[in-house]
Design a protein around this ligand. Sequence first.
Ligand code: NAD
Length: 343
Amino acid sequence: MEKVKVAVNGYGTIGKRVADAIRLQPDMELIGVAKTSPNYEAIIAYRKGINIYTLKDSIEKFEKVGIKVAGTIEDMVKEADVIVDATPNGVGATYKPLYQSFSKNAIFQGGEKADVGDVSFSALCNYDEAKGKKYIRVVSCNTTGMLRVICTLNKVSKVEKVRATIVRRAADPKEVKRGPINSIVPDPATVPSHHAKDVLTVIKGIDIITMAVIAPTTLMHLHTMVLTFKDKVTKDTIVDALLNTPRIVLVNSSRTSVASTAEIIEVSRDLGRNRYDIPEVVVFEDSIYTNGNEAFLMYGVHQESIVVPENIDAIRASLQLMEKEESIKITNETLGIMKGYLI
Ligand code: NAD
């Protein structure tokens, strides 16, 4: 099989995980990653044998710390078939003209405005709509979590209304300048939060309102969600649908004592998962409650890794490498992504 050449521009929290995931795909080759600063992430990537590209003016900085640069970001873009852009919020859009000038496909992240892409993407919801699109935006971590749950439960009965509260982690663990905070901050103070609007970029027309707060934690986000369905639903059918969907796992607090985001992360550490990543949405089974046409639930979202499988599927959709089910299956198998109970 001829492999597609993938480059990753921006090698931070998301970029380094996507780069590692690309290296595990049978149909992809990582040709290199681009960074602007030669920090510990760049040094480790270089030691792993990954080609490092940077801005022309930054080459000297990299060589000072012993990194022999493979070329400029422009060189990298020229050589790639597709670029995953994982640069900071808003920076991705400034690179779009470069990708366009070489007529290269690109996958952007959720920190960019929706119009950077021809389509916003969540593999379980709209893979087919993204097929052949040159510019795809993978939605943010919180939106990815919500979409996986909504699109999965929409198969039980049509979802007519969603109300959700997003309890956001204040910062990623490495972000020493952003957190932790000693406060719970409405984010934004006005309702609805932008997350509902972001969901609507993928599933059009659904009645959804979200609120968000920032909490003093770095490990995971936690969502509380209430869905109203067309028909009456039972806890069993909701549990069944969630248990049978890869990229969603359940934890049963009464059986396993896993009853918090901290314990989910500890389980991931104990399972020996790389970087303690959990790309699956983690639903607290005991939180699932039904009342006529309504279902209530709470779940955790590991912000650092949840969008990684979506980026891999977005590459395949963009280049039309394979159909949805096959792409999702290969991504899940290569990344060890589960369904069912986490433990
Ligand atoms: P990050 O700050 O960890 O990484 C960004 C990387 O881009 C860094 O390696 C930085 O050196 C590099 N960079 C900065 N300016 C650059 C430039 N001009 N050219 C090339 N590289 C440059 O950021 P992140 O958390 O990985 O976020 C990247 C994107 O992913 C954002 O759109 C963000 O909204 C989105 N996202 C982040 C998370 C999360 O929780 N961290 C979750 C989902 C989506």
